[in-house]
Design a binder for this molecule. Structure first.
Ligand code: BGC
Length: 402
C-alpha cells in the first residue's frame, strides 16, 4: 500500500533545525538558501504549487524503507527523486503547447532500480566515469578498486553511490522546493581511502530549473568526482531516439579516448572533427562517421572541456533543443568537463516506466564532472580531496520551450 502525505511547513522547519545540527557536526556552513521563513508559502499558492509529496517506494532486501519524493514548485514542473541512489525518477516539463511529459528514462518500481541498469538518474560516486585498470597512487600509496568495466573501474565500483540508501530531508525556500541527501561512505569503501561524508541537494525551482549541488569532506586524502547520470529525451522518455535533438556544446576541446574508453591525456580541438558542437546541430548528424573516436565510443561517449582553466565558476556547458515539441534544456555547471554520452549501450534490455522499451540511443546523458581517470593524469584538474578541504560543485538543468 502506498503511503502518501504532504509535508507541512512546521514539520519541514523541524527537519531544517535537525539538519543544521548535522551540518555543524560535519563542520559545513549552513546553506543560506534554506530559510525557515520560506516554509510559510504553501497556502497562498495554487493547489499543487510548492508541494513535496512523500510516497513509499518499497523496501530493500536489507529491510530499509525507501521513499519517493515528488517536488513540484508549480503546476508546470515536477521532479521525483528517491533516496535509493539519489535517483531522479522523473522530470515532468511542458512542451511548447503546454503538454506535460516525463523527459527522463527510468523505472516505475524500486526492484528495477536495485536490478541491473545503466545508472538511470543516479548519483554517481565516489568517482564518475573510469579509472584505468582500477588503480591509482596517492601520496605514494597504491589503491586497488573494482574492475567492474573490464579492465577499468567505472562509476565508483560494484556498490557505488547509485546503490546507497541516502538520508533525505525535504527543504523549502521562497522560489523552490528541495531535497537534501546525505551519505557517509566508510574508509576503504570500494577500495577508496578516507571516510567520505557527502551531501547532494536538489532544488526544483519555479523557473523550471533543477539545481544540483554536491559537497563532500574526508578524514584522509582521497579522490572524489560526483555527478548525476540522468538519461534525457526531450520528446518524452517513451518516444524515440535522441538523434534529431539539436545540441550545442560550449567546448573548444574534447578528451580523445583509447579503445577501453580511457582518456589518452590529450586535449584535442573539436574543430574539423565530428565532436564539433560549437554551433547547434543534430546529435545524429555525424554519429555514424568512420571516425576512430566514434568507433571507440560506439557513438559519443566523450568528455568535452567546458573550462580548461578550471575556474569553478557557473558557466554554460550545453543547450539541447527538441524541434517537434519545442523543449529546450540548458546545462550550466562549475565543473571543468561534461561527459556527453549518446545512450550507445541502451539495447532494449531495460523495460522502463509504463513498459517502455529503451532502445539504442533513446536517451542521452550530459554528466558534468572532472575528467575521467584524473587520478592517473597529473596534468588534469585535480580530484584529490584532503582533510580540512570541502569538495563543492554545482550543476543546473534549466528547462524552457521555443
Ligand atoms: C559512460 C559510458 C557508460 C554509461 C553507463 C557513461 O557515463 O561514459 O561509457 O556505458 O555511463 O554506464
Amino acid at each position: 500500500m502506498k503511503q502518501r502525505c504532504i509535508l507541512h511547513p512546521w514539520v519541514l522547519s523541524g527537519l531544517m533545525v535537525t539538519t543544521s545540527f548535522f551540518l555543524m557536526g560535519l563542520g559545513w556552513a549552513q546553506n543560506n538558501d534554506t530559510t525557515m521563513a520560506a516554509s510559510k508559502i504553501t497556502s497562498e499558492r495554487k493547489a499543487n504549487a510548492m508541494d513535496i509529496i512523500k510516497d513509499s517506494f518499497g523496501i530493500t532486501s536489507e529491510g530499509e524503507a525507501i521513499t519517493l519524493y515528488t517536488l513540484s514548485p508549480s503546476s508546470e514542473f515536477k521532479v521525483a527523486i528517491t533516496n535509493y541512489g539519489g535517483i531522479i525518477v522523473s522530470i515532468i516539463t511542458p512542451d511548447r503547447d503546454g503538454t506535460m511529459t516525463d523527459i527522463v528514462l527510468g523505472f516505475d518500481d524500486l526492484e528495477s532500480y536495485i536490478g541491473k541498469h545503466p545508472y538511470f538518474g543516479a548519483v554517481v560516486g565516489r568517482y564518475g566515469n573510469r579509472i584505468a585498470n582500477g588503480k591509482f597512487t596517492l601520496d605514494n600509496k597504491e589503491y586497488t578498486l573494482a574492475q567492474n568495466n573490464s579492465p577499468n573501474h567505472l562509476h565508483g565500483g560494484v556498490h557505488g553511490f547509485d546503490k546507497a540508501v541516502w538520508q533525505a530531508e525535504p527543504l523549502r525556500r521562497a522560489d523552490a522546493v528541495g531535497l537534501k541527501l546525505t551519505h557517509t561512505s566508510p574508509d576503504g569503501n570500494e577500495g577508496y581511502p578516507g571516510t567520505l561524508q557527502c551531501e547532494v541537494i536538489y532544488w526544483v525551482t519555479q523557473s523550471n530549473t533543477l539545481e544540483i549541488s554536491y559537497k563532500a569532506v574526508t578524514d584522509a586524502p582521497t579522490h572524489v568526482n560526483l555527478t548525476n547520470h540522468s538519461y534525457f529525451n526531450l520528446a518524452g522518455h517513451d518516444s524515440r531516439t535522441i538523434l534529431d535533438h539539436e545540441m550545442t556544446l560550449y567546448a573548444e576541446y574534447f578528451l580523445p579516448i583509447d579503445d577501453t574508453s580511457i582518456p589518452t591525456g590529450l586535449l584535442q580541438p573539436v574543430a574539423n572533427t565530428p565532436m564539433d558542437f560549437r554551433k547547434s546541430r543534430m546529435i545524429g548528424d555525424r554519429i555514424e562517421d568512420e571516425d576512430e573516436q566514434l568507433l571507440y565510443g560506439i557513438g559519443y561517449d566523450h568528455t568535452f572541456v567546458i573550462d580548461p582553466e578550471n575556474k569553478k565558476e557557473l558557466r554554460q556547458a550545453a543547450q539541447v533543443y527538441e524541434p517537434i515539441h519545442g523543449r529546450v534544456m540548458d546545462v550550466w555547471t562549475t565543473e571543468p568537463g561534461v561527459q556527453f554520452y549518446s545512450g550507445n549501450f541502451l539495447d532494449s534490455t531495460n523495460i522502463g516506466k509504463g513498459g517502455m522499451v529503451y532502445k539504442h540511443r533513446y536517451g542521452f546523458c550530459l554528466e558534468t564532472q572532472h575528467f575521467p581517470d584524473t587520478p592517473n593524469h597529473t596534468d588534469f584538474p585535480s580530484t584529490v580531496l584532503r582533510p580540512g578541504e570541502i569538495y563543492q560543485t554545482r550543476t543546473e538543468y534549466r528547462f524552457s520551450t521555443k
